[in-house]
Design a protein around this ligand. Structure first.
Ligand code: AMP
Ligand code: MG
Length: 491
């Protein structure tokens, strides 16, 4: 049996300036840690074959499968507001693209596969901890229904990577509808290569925004499409308490998927100014700043597209501003609609936004757990005697006052208690990848070569909206001594 990837590569057919051809660097002793079997099937790959030693060699970058055309993609990016004209895949190689069972083109990329011409001072490698972290969190995001890159596999390389200490090396196989970023456009914009920008925009339209093809002004419509998807994406992040942590323009996907799981984390207690990333000293990428940053990144994209809009610079800028102006309403509509669902409203009334804001304010003041407050509110919708939501508040009386108004509001709707509870449980997860759990799972793997906790965690997170008997403890917030205060990039 040989591993067959039905590659149909389109990005490597673009001009040479878009990438560097580079094969993964072979590693000593690949061992498969985890294969995402359902995803393999979705991609048209045989999971049984991928689980053979030959499969592990491919997933570790030791052997290049037939039909692959390995490249490192070129991109630039604003990192914490500072422009870097050349970043690029410094530790990743795109093997190629396959068309999945739904007809969607998907990149198959090895992350941690060795140096490339874009590695700068880096070693091109990834440590096991961050690889497991990306696997866990990206697959949890997928299960939560949030657009995201996926994780097909994790392998250990049998080699060490040197960070502060020597750590086991690993490779993640990342799957994305593409790895094209805002920074990919910036790479060409800073080089004033308008032909390349047009080429890239055409590629993106064909691949991600085919609905724009017939538009009178397709490049304007493209920007509008990216604005809409990013606005929706960030709303979804906020609705589950997700903090990306490093929303640089090179980590901002044109397709509207969550990409690059570095220091990301879910918040436990609700705190709009929450930051976890050790390198985000100014709180630029704090929870509640994320919509503003997404718009800032989109503005950088708009700047790149200006030459495609009009030769008249002033006109082009006015048109771009007009399109960017839609971000705010698109985001707010998605966010407020999501919040109404989270508190079990089926209809919309003028006073709803204030009702929701008062809950959020009380949660912040009382350090209420974000996930559990909403989940247990669903229980309270089904059974007014259920008081676990109340128990999330340092001062439970703050909840009582709000709950009285909430019950009055929900009483205006015809749905039964059971219907409301079911609707709320379908949008308010019980299980999120809580930081302290992620850390514990990584420690067991890295220190003890024990992947049982990882396997169990991944399994629980695959059904975030279902109560899972026997696994209830995974829903618990950290005890004070378990709290994780900082996360790291892991590069
Ligand atoms: P990230 O912080 O993961 O978004 O990466 C930012 C940039 O640094 C990208 O160009 C990466 O390819 C590059 N990079 C990160 N880690 C490494 C590494 N270990 N070796 C080479 N390049 C890296
Ligand atoms: Mg990145």
């Amino acid at each position: 049996m040989t591993v067959h990837f039905p590659f149909q590569n389109s990005y490597s057919a673009l001009p040479d300036s878009f990438f560097a051809r580079v094969a993964p660097t072979p590693v000593a002793a690949p061992r498969l840690i985890k294969l995402n079997r359902p995803l393999a099937v979705q991609l048209g790959l045989d999971p049984d074959v991928l689980e053979t030693p030959e499969g592990a060699e491919i997933l570790a970058g030791k052997t290049v499968p037939a039909g692959a055309d390995p490249i490192a993609m070129a991109y630039a990016g604003h990192q914490f507001g500072q422009f870097v004209p050349q970043l690029g895949d410094g530790r990743a190689v795109l093997l190629g693209e396959v068309i999945d069972k739904d007809g969607i083109r998907r990149d198959i990329q090895l992350k941690g596969s060795g140096p490339t011409p874009f590695s700068r001072r880096g070693d091109g490698r990834a440590a096991l901890g961050p690889v497991l972290r990306e696997y866990i969190v990206s697959e949890a995001m997928f299960a939560l229904g949030i657009p995201t890159t996926r994780s097909l596999a994790a392998v250990v390389t049998g080699e060490h990577v040197i960070r502060e200490t020597a750590l086991p090396g690993a490779v993640l196989t990342r799957v994305a509808s593409s790895h094209i970023r805002v920074g990919t456009f910036q790479f060409f914009a800073v080089r004033r290569d308008t032909d390349a920008i047009r080429r890239l925009a055409d590629h993106v339209i064909a691949r991600h925004y085919p609905e724009v093809l017939g538009a009178e002004r397709p490049y304007h419509a493209l920007l509008g499409g990216v604005v809409a998807r990013q606005a929706d994406l960030v709303a979804r992040w906020l609705l589950v308490g997700f903090i990306h942590g490093v929303m640089n323009t090179d980590n901002s996907s044109i397709s509207g998927e969550t990409i690059d799981y570095g220091p990301c984390a879910f918040m436990d207690a609700y705190n709009p100014s929450q930051v976890f990333s050790s390198i985000d000293e100014m709180g630029r990428y704090a929870y509640a700043n994320q919509p503003r940053i997404a718009l800032w990144n989109l503005t950088r994209l708009a700047e790149c597209l200006l030459p495609l809009f009009s030769d008249d610079q002033e006109k082009a800028v006015a048109e771009a501003q007009d399109i960017l102006g839609a971000f705010s309403d698109t985001f707010s509509d998605a966010y407020q609609a999501g919040l109404r669902k989270k508190i079990g409203l089926f209809t919309e009334r003028d006073a709803d936004d204030a009702l929701i804001q008062d809950l959020l304010d009380a949660m912040a003041k009382n350090q209420a757990d974000f996930t559990l407050t909403f989940r247990k509110l669903g229980d309270a919708a089904g059974d007014p005697a259920a008081d676990d939501a109340r128990a999330q508040f340092m001062d439970p009386a703050a909840f009582d006052e709000w709950a009285r108004r909430w019950h009055e509001r929900t009483a205006l709707e015809p749905q039964t208690a059971a219907e409301r509870q079911a609707a709320m449980h379908a949008v308010n997860p019980m299980f999120i990848p809580r930081n302290h759990r992620v850390e514990a799972v990584i420690q067991a793997a890295v220190n003890d070569d024990d992947y049982t906790p990882f396997e169990e965690f991944v399994k629980v997170l695959a059904k975030p909206f279902e109560g899972q008997p026997g696994y209830a403890a995974y829903a618990d917030p950290p005890l004070p001594e378990q709290r994780v205060l900082q996360t790291f990039c892991g590069t």
